[in-house]
Ligand binder design. Sequence first.
Ligand code: DQA
Length: 142
Amino acid sequence: MKLLVLNGPNLNFIGIREPEIYGKETYNDLCDYIKKYAEANNIEIEIKQSNHEGYLVDFIHQAYFDKVDGIIINPGAYTHTSIALLDAIKSVNIKTIEVHLSDVTKREDFRQVSYLRSACVKSIMGKGFLGYTEAIDYFLNK
Ligand code: DQA
């Protein structure tokens, strides 16, 4: 089992940005947490982050050539704007789960739209780091 975890803009700033929303743990803490869980479950996992929409599209395309079994994506603010990411997910036909640290349904109106959601098999939000491991569990049929 090979999974790609993809994090979008400003996620590299968790621990610093709006800790009352995203918590005090850093991006490195998040990566360590995901890697440990993947290791314990014998999964090959790659974690990538970019603040640039086009790079995220490229990473999704690369997942196709790398024969990735599943994508876990936190698209950050691109969730609410990006048709390009929606099209990328549809293009590669790889099962994808959308994850958000915060519960976007309880936040501003502009966060109520997710352009990607219709192409995802599941959306997990408001569970902090746990959302990522819940997404891994989905791919493990746990
Ligand atoms: C986020 C929610 C988005 O609305 C926001 O733009 C982010 C982070 C989350 O993880 O809660 O950058 O995706």
